[in-house]
Design a protein around this ligand. Structure first.
Ligand SMILES: [Zn+2]
Ligand SMILES: [Zn+2]
Length: 329
């Protein structure tokens, strides 16, 4: 099946309309009519080949929401007409310890929603900046938010789970004081989620005076900044046994920490990458229950290049979402 998409033929070329093919819906597949796709910072890195190994043509997009248009004969978890989402993962080995534990995000054979290996044409996966996608049922999430919130649900599929998973793993809850570093697509979700989990959340700036107020007071820091920066200034905010978890992925290393920042108060430095499929479903259910969606600005597909430029200037509050119906025009 041929569908319309927007993507790039090379790292130094702007995104442009293109036709791509989707595989027939197999016995365990779900066919999805995409309604909206969020625009993640990873999309820019990948499409411009700023991380090694981008394959072209590249169609980004891993914050996908839409409606089921077809299901394979053996599909039990979804039916035609359901509102569903697809995040960063469209396949994994399904057998290793990580997959068995529902942590497909850590499977050594995880297949990303775009730029991942697949037998389907053209030999690598193509993402959600497109009209339709076909995905194995295991990696398709149910959405129970009201339909009029669907566009604002899209960013939950990457930004939402990337911040939810570490907050859960490090048991953030009532009475905790949580710092969030970097208030963009990820950070603004971290604040909403930490708040809904009962934590007292604090926006951590790089302003020294504001930071001093919070010295040695935080239980947990969610650091979403994707550029190299001094981590020691933030460790000074953690109290004894506190943890700072990094979810941003800079292309070059951070210049710190100084080991004394860690040993003086038995502090921990950790990292976390998106989340597993069961946890992503748990996150979507949690957000529906608490009325949480992302703050978005809707764009047409042909506005994507301008949107990238604005993202690089930090000029979006806090996530662009493509209305994929605009691809048909
Ligand atoms: Zn993402
Ligand atoms: Zn696996």
């Amino acid at each position: 099946m041929t569908v319309k998409a927007i993507g790039a033929y090379a790292g130094d070329k702007p995104l442009e309309p293109m036709d791509i093919s989707r595989r027939p819906v197999g016995p365990h597949d779900v066919g999805i009519e995409i309604a909206f796709c969020g625009v993640c910072h990873s999309d820019i890195h990948q499409v411009r080949s700023e991380w090694a190994g981008t394959l072209y043509p590249c169609v980004p997009g891993h914050e996908i929401v839409g409606r089921v248009s077809a299901v394979g004969a053996h599909v039990t978890s979804h039916k035609v007409g359901d509102l569903v989402g697809v995040g960063c993962i469209v396949n994994s080995c399904k057998r290793c310890d990580d997959c068995s534990d529902g942590l497909e995000n850590y499977c050594d054979h995880m297949v990303g929603t775009y730029n991942g290996p697949t037998p389907d044409a053209p030999g690598h996966t193509l993402g959600g900046y497109s009209q339709q996608i076909v995905v194995h049922e295991r990696y398709v999430l149910r959405i129970s938010h009201p339909e009029d919130q669907l566009a604002a649900v899209a960013p939950l599929l990457c930004a939402g789970i990337t911040t939810y998973s570490p907050l859960r793993h490090w048991n953030v809850g009532p009475g905790h004081k949580v710092g969030v570093v970097g208030i963009g697509g990820l950070g603004h979700m971290g604040i909403k989620l930490a708040n809904a989990m009962g934590a007292h959340e604090v926006v951590v700036s790089r302003n020294a005076d504001e930071m001093a107020v919070h010295a040695k007071s935080l239980d947990f820091i969610l650091n979403t900044v994707a550029a190299p920066h001094d981590l020691d200034a933030f460790f000074a905010l953690l109290k004894r046994d506190g943890t700072m978890t990094l979810v941003g992925a800079p292309a070059t290393p951070h210049p710190s920490p100084e080991v004394f920042s860690l040993i003086m108060k038995r502090r921990s430095l950790a990292g976390s990458m998106i989340g597993g499929i069961p946890e992503t479903q748990e996150m979507l259910n949690f957000c529906a229950k608490h009325g949480i969606v992302a703050d978005i600005e809707m764009i047409r597909a042909d506005g994507i290049n301008e949107a990238y430029e604005r993202m690089l200037k930090g000029d979006v509050k806090y996530r662009f979402v493509i209305e994929t119906a605009s691809l048909a025009a």
